[in-house]
Design a protein around this ligand. Structure first.
Ligand code: PBG
Length: 340
């Protein structure tokens, strides 16, 4: 979309007198502001990420994400029901296993924590909301990388694809409505699509983490999932310096069969969100990540920022930039706090 300034403003013959044009007229009252609002986020646009840890008997707070919990199987079900009651559009579930290994075998084990949790949640909420699984080995590997390592210590792309396909089928078998490959391995969407189709899961959709950047803002998430990563993910996640590369990643994912695409993180990447929203004809999702959450919570705790209005503003801006699926740790709470 190309906007230009209406020429009528350029030749103001009224110069020097009272302003003819007063944009403030439409901002004067809450009713006028509501009428003039160009965008409104609805609860159904929000996706709530949830963490479930194997073997927990009590939910456990996550220090770097105040207000977010590692759930037990039981409290996860309750959190899912609460999100549904709030009208939240989707749930994205992350599992934290008791035991990790080199190939992340827990990620595809039918009795692995995420598969068990997906069955629990789908039994609880059915199709009242969209249940999404994250396809990645990082929570399940001793080295903390997204895939399996090659002899050179870097992630082996094609060996990881095989594992992602197994994870995707395990999650779909457990009832996931959507699977979201977040590993940034080349060709992952095609591989997962083929495996799902072979297993009879033609109707399970793929949300590609297409434009996923190597970001410092994932720090608190790595606490939340007790990641064992040392080092970084720069050999597979995108360089924050790049914009056009996102077009390539998204084009590849769509060619390979992705049903939706994602930009991650969200707030510092609104140019990417807008670029993709204009370029593609599938829903664009934005993941407001753990560091974005933690920064607002920390400043609010100090009394340096008004928490509720900052959160609503951040979600509104993501939507305005072109994202219609907003993945946010504030989803359930803020479903009721969005402007109507
Ligand atoms: C991969 C995954 C990560 C996040 C979501 N999925 C971690 C990573 O790529 O390092 C980060 C989400 C957040 O920071 O909130 N399992």
């Amino acid at each position: 979309t190309n906007f230009s300034v209406p020429t009528s403003y350029a030749s103001d013959s009224n110069a020097g007198a009272f302003p003819l044009h007063r944009p403030r007229r439409l901002r004067r009252t809450p009713a006028l502001r509501r009428l003039a609002a160009e965008t409104t986020v609805r609860p159904s646009n929000l996706v709530q990420p949830l963490f479930v840890r194997e073997g927990l008997t009590e939910p456990r707070p996550i220090a770097s994400m105040p207000g977010v919990l590692q759930h037990t199987r039981d409290t996860l079900r309750k959190a899912a029901a609460e999100a549904v009651a709030a009208g939240v559009g989707g749930l994205m579930i992350f599992g934290i296993p008791l035991v990790k290994d080199g190939t992340g075998s827990g990620a595809s084990d039918p009795e692995g924590i995420l598969q068990v949790a997906l069955r629990d949640v789908v039994a609880e909420v059915g199709e009242q909301t969209v249940v999404i699984g994250d396809i990645n080995l990082d929570e399940y590997t001793t080295h903390g990388h997204v895939g399996v390592l090659g002899p050179d210590g870097d992630v082996d792309n094609d060996a990881s694809l095989q594992r992602f396909a197994e994870v995707a089928v395990a999650q779909a078998d457990a009832g996931a409505h959507v699977v979201a490959p977040s590993g940034m391995m080349d060709g992952q969407v095609r591989h997962i699509r083929a495996a799902l189709d072979r297993a009879g899961h033609q109707q399970v959709a793929i949300l590609g983490y297409s434009a996923k950047y190597a970001s410092s803002f994932y720090g608190p998430f790595r606490d939340a999932v007790e990641s064992s990563l040392t080092g970084d993910r720069k050999s597979y996640q995108q360089n924050p310096a790049n914009l056009r590369e996102s077009l390539r990643e998204v084009a590849l994912d769509l060619t390979e069969g992705a049903d939706m695409v994602m930009v991650k993180p969200a707030s510092y990447y609104l140019d990417i969100v807008r670029l993709l929203a204009d370029a593609v004809d599938v829903p664009v999702s934005a993941y407001q990540v753990s560091g974005e959450y933690a920064m607002v919570e920390a400043a609010a705790k100090q009394g340096w920022i008004d928490r509720d209005s900052a959160v609503v503003e951040s979600l509104t801006c993501l939507y305005r930039a072109g994202a219609t699926v907003l993945i946010t740790y504030w989803a359930t709470e803020f479903a009721a706090k969005l402007p109507r």
